[in-house]
Design a protein. Sequence first.
Length: 520
Amino acid sequence: MMIPLKAELRIIYKPIVTYAVVAICIIIYALQVNNKHEIEDAAVAYCSGINNFKSEYNELDFLSNDRNNCPSWVISYYGLSDKQHIGYFFLEDYKSFSQYSNTFTPINYFETLRLFKKRISDFSEYAPINLDGALVYDPSTLNLFTMVTSVLSHGSFMHLFFNLVFFLAFAPALEALVGNSWKFLGVLALMILGTNLVYAVAMGSASYPTPTLGLSGIVMGMMGFAASFMPTARIKTFYYIIVLPTPVWLLSTYYIGWDIYDLYTRTDHGGVNITVHVTGGIIGVLAMMLFRERHKEVSDELHDEITFMKNKRQSLSDSTASKAEDALKTSKQEFDKNETAYIELLHKYIRVNNNSAAISMLLKDYDPIHSTVERYEFLINEIQKWNKGRAFECMTRFVIDLRLEQHQTGIALKTAKTLYQIKEDILIANPEHVLLLAQAAKEIHEYELAYAVVRDADKRYWGKVDSETCLLLEIELLHLYLNKSTDALKLVKSVFDERGHPHRTDVILYSKKIGLIGSH
């Protein structure tokens, strides 16, 4: 969706003709709406009369036998600007409803049409004047009055609304540039006459020359005129959710070009008079030929105005960027201030060995979604400088688990090795990660670290680990990699001596397998 809203130009000149056109369109549409209500009321009353007071029954006179649909039939055909075309439309309608009734056969068509025309004629004498029919332009005629009235009338509120929005986006600036209300009125007259004459020629061979109404031909004319008079000016344009200044030439090319494409590639335009659209756009472009001298007079002033608005827009953009930078700077200063206070308080707790308060402070703001492990690694490095006590150990274990949850085993191992070098022991916070970390340490030949992780795992992790695998890995590390076969044998013996040990058999078998004990 691309809707032009307003020319990005300062306009001192009062566009009297533009505002007069808008006001007249609104007044006429209000009269049209009121007239349609009057016709609807008259149709309901008429149909009620012919249904209640039938002098004689005739099954071909379907309006007198259908109270529900009669008003819509009457309103539709009474709305035709030329009643001579009733037969053109009625033939198609007759074919449709004759499929559901044996009464309306091809033989009965002309009699049915005669009765129907008589009903519409009777209603026409009884009903209020059809304002739409009086205002629209019938291309089979050369009626100058309806050429003008058709441009100023509309078929629906949305038709009126969008035509006026587009018209007001271009017309006020163009009227100001022309600098003379009468000359601008002459441009409108040229567009009205030109679009309707071309449409009349285009409809010359049509079996039914469709009447037309609406300001859209003039709107497209304004676009074409703007594209030739002020192509580099900007129009504030609504794009779905934002408003952006868009060059006039781009908007005009898009809309006129799209209509030209539609005109030559499609036959059904959904009731939109594409012929008038394209004609209006072309006339608007050519209208510039009448104002070449005027364009020379105002070209410098127009260029200065476009440049001024460009600089203003750039200045506003720079100001917005500057404000954003200032806000960012202020935010950073506030963050630095809070960070300094946070570090100072943390340092105070660590210095006096108030580890519980320090740990509580560190974990208080933890959020699994927004908290970053890098933040905690930074804090661990700071704590390590002050005191390698319980707070350091607790937070290091916490970070190891965070890295393992993110599948960053290498970084987790590096942190675990740092903790092991300081404490000569390591206890993983999450028992589920014990084997993962131990196996990873083993793969990179960090056997002492791996052993520190799985050592006496079943007891140290409260039975929440795979105790058998941990036990077998502990024996393997002692015997094969740490040259502590004696310790490995003691561990195997302790398991063997415990008759009820659940892994007694597996431990013996595995010890034989790795050569810790004999196979006999």
